[in-house]
Ligand binder design. Structure first.
Ligand code: ADP
Ligand code: MG
Length: 228
């Protein structure tokens, strides 16, 4: 994914769900490699939908989504999934942890479902280091049903960061945390992004954190631009 300065490029995108009224129009949007961009906007405005389109979880009816020079919107379902697992660290708003696995196995899960990621002793060590950094090292053997919301969130962040993805999509990753942990999570996300020359797109409601980002995309402006 290196060597190109544009990491995300969206053009003439039109998306609607199979059911319901919601419609998302994005004439153009791009993120350069290394950028740390916040996405803000009211609940229901389509922030999660946008991240799903970038990650290839959803597919637009019209237009293109290009991630690291790959036309993700044209890939088959299987190829989009592999691309996502190997290139994108996604911290889901609802965590998407597997309740039949303990925290450690959740964090290592991406390595067990694709051949593109190789699970080594070093990776297992790094998983423990990440968990320590997020103060959940003592929870690695617990099942996720036995965790608080904040602990689940930190487990989801560990899982997203472990493969050192070039693109990190974080959907309200600081939402369930106390102020001290919010700052810590953002420090950790930024550290990971900066040390790997990665790119971060983070949905947040924490307006006090916005000055730390390079740029803010306000979904309201975005949508009125789209409507214009
Ligand atoms: P945000 O993350 O900004 O709160 P979302 O992207 O989750 O907003 O949702 C945007 C809109 O799309 C909302 O009106 C929501 O109800 C609707 N929506 C989300 N998922 C689906 C779905 N699977 N089917 C139909 N409508 C959906
Ligand atoms: Mg959302």
């Amino acid at each position: 994914m290196r060597g190109n300065c544009t990491v995300i490029e969206i053009d003439s995108l039109e998306f609607h769900y199979q059911h319901g009224e919601f419609h998302l129009s994005i004439p153009h949007m791009s993120l350069a490699q290394g950028e740390k961009v916040a996405v803000i906007g009211p609940s229901g405005s389509g922030k999660t939908t946008l991240l799903n389109l970038i990650a290839g979880i959803s597919r637009p009816q019209q237009g293109t989504v290009t991630v690291a020079d790959q036309l993700v919107s044209a890939f088959s379902d299987a190829r989009r999934r592999d691309f996502r697992i190997t290139n994108i660290g996604f911290v889901f708003q609802d965590f998407e942890l597997l309740d039949y696995l303990n925290v450690q196995d959740n964090i290592l899960h991406p390595y067990r479902i694709t051949r593109a990621l190789k699970l080594t002793h070093q990776i297992e060590q790094r998983a423990i280091e990440l968990a320590s950094g997020l103060e959940i090292a003592d929870k690695l053997r617990r099942f996720t049903g036995e965790l608080s919301q904040g602990e689940k969130q930190r487990a989801a962040i560990c899982r997203a960061l472990l493969p050192q993805p070039q693109l990190i999509l974080a959907d309200e990753a600081t939402g369930n945390l106390d102020p001290r942990n919010k700052g810590k999570i953002l420090d950790l996300l930024f550290e990971n992004v900066e040390s790997h020359d990665a790119t971060l797109l983070a949905v947040t409601h924490d307006h006090e954190l916005l000055p730390r980002f390079d740029r803010v995309i306000d979904f309201l402006d975005f949508r009125s631009e789209a409507a214009a």
